[in-house]
Write a protein that binds this ligand. Sequence first.
Ligand code: WTA
Length: 659
Amino acid sequence: MSDTATHPHERKVYYPSQQAVQSARISGMDAYRALCAEAEGDYTGFWARMARENLQWQQPFTHALDDSQAPFYKWFDDGWLNVSFNCLDVHVQAGKGDKTAIVFETDDGAVTRVSYAELLDRVGRFANALKSLGVNKGDRVVIYMPMSIEGVVAMQACARIGATHSVVFGGFSAQSLRDRIEDAGAVLVITADEQRRGGKSLPLKAIVDEALALGGCDTIRHVVVYQRTGGNVAFTAPRDLWMHELSAAHSPDCPPVWVEAEHPLFLLYTSGSTGKPKGVQHSSAGYLLWAKLTMLWTFDIRPDDLFWCTADIGWVTGHSYIAYGPLACGATEIMFEGVPTFPDAGRFWKMIEQHKVTIFYTAPTAIRSLIKAAETNPAVHPRNYKLDSLRILGTVGEPINPAAWEWYYEHIGGGRCPIVDTWWQTETGGHMITPLPGATPMVPGSCTLPLPGITAEVVDETGHDVPWGTGGILVIKKPWPAMIRNIWGDPERFKKSYYPEELGGYYLAGDGAIRDANDGYFTITGRIDDVLNVSGHRMGTMEIESALVSHPLVAEAAVVGRPDDITGEAICAFVVLKRPRPEGEEALKIAAELRNHVGVEIGPIAKPKDIRFGDNLPKTRSGKIMRRLLRSLAKGEAVTQDTSTLENPAILDQLGKTH
Ligand code: WTA
């Protein structure tokens, strides 16, 4: 085990080894501080240097930041480039075409490899195919695909011709897919016949058909289908086309379409505290710069690394750390189709051993469930696998509890690998607060310090810094290149959600945080809005409530989160029916039906774990649902809030019970 020390107030500190420090790109805290000082001294000059040194421009930019229409910031905006060119052509042109770009492992363990030259070939063919279907610069393309090389080809091909992609996670329902297609006004959907996960085939094309049949998707001209399983799918001519047939019919030679730095590379829908999911709009240059820089800094990526990010391309982590960041660095990465528990819960460890993974990036939920699996089934304990190829570990998506951190450090990292606990969001484009593997002393449960150029701070509700040791609201004070540019089609909502006036021009992250009284380390204390984090997936309570009340039996519903050992938070729904409160068997039956209904409306990931029925919901005199009280009930805690205003105090007993 490497050095550990105890802070004055009992926090355990883990130091990166001498060797990790010496070999790292940002080597030691002095090097980190020097970069921070450079950014502080000349903020735009710092970013301009980064953008010049790390991206290839077709036409160089002349100024870094345009803040004349804040908070609609523009970065490098008179520069032109192409994202796919920066991810593929640059490496092939540098003579590295034979290097493996992606090692793909299917659910059942088959491995295929694709080199940079082959990937460029496939992206070029498919980009030409998209062009032949009339897809132009600025058109939106929805991608509803499984984890596959083809998924990356689809994203990169859009980038190549300047089409803006919007990837929708395969776990979303037809209804959710339809809503996203309509909101984006997409012209084309790319999907697969089926996806394979955990030994099962799940229909994707059929869900696309269903989504389009729901109506409101008149902008869609074609559905392109990647043939993954060969399963039976309905084909509607001339709308539906096979991806392999299209690619075979086109030349691999597709010159990149140069785009302005600010050109929207993608939209990615994510949950907010109110209403429908919002289409987070990202830029081309600023986004790519950060995807690449954070690979270089946070993961210290090197030519001989084998990088593995276990996220799905349907989430932002899969965008920045599968589809763009690793390729922009010319790295070799693993892409995995399946799930960590199939055929058994040793799958991740087996793959690390077999492929000799050097950098491994996953979610705390996965770690916690694999800890539990290893405790119950010694055969899948990581001690049975040779994991000494690993040099850096990472986590993302939710806070990691110190016990899980320590297990990860000991059992996966062998007490040797720094853990980068990366705090960031769909809106931030890439890592924001994280340890650096060759510099930052680590404290389990803390994401430590902001990256150079990132002006994170904890403030009160009026935007004033709070003293270290006091909790508050996490903000980013200055704009940064990879930041969200807009909410697609809703600039007012963008301003209201992220730049509320009270904060005086700071970006509101939506998380609470506290800085350590001694070293200023950041610890994220969770969302301050009505967003839940279930297994690292963002879910809006309002979205789930609307899904519940759209069921004919439901009169009213309130959704809260409660702590869960494995998933971080679990969804708990309090429901009032239009008929008398059900009990016993009937309650179980209706709860199952409602759960199913949420699955249909949003997707299986949004199904409440716990549904409770009451005659009504606890409300204040002014009619506001007392959510804090519901949270206590969900946790099974004694209610300490003032309940004197409740019309019907007996409902506390009703709502306290699980079915
Ligand atoms: C949470 C995922 C604590 C946080 C990249 C944030 C985290 C939301 C961490 C964004 C972390 C993400 N520690 N909390 N290391 N990383 N979060 O948009 O609440 O899916 O606001 O982006 O996840 O989730 P999103």
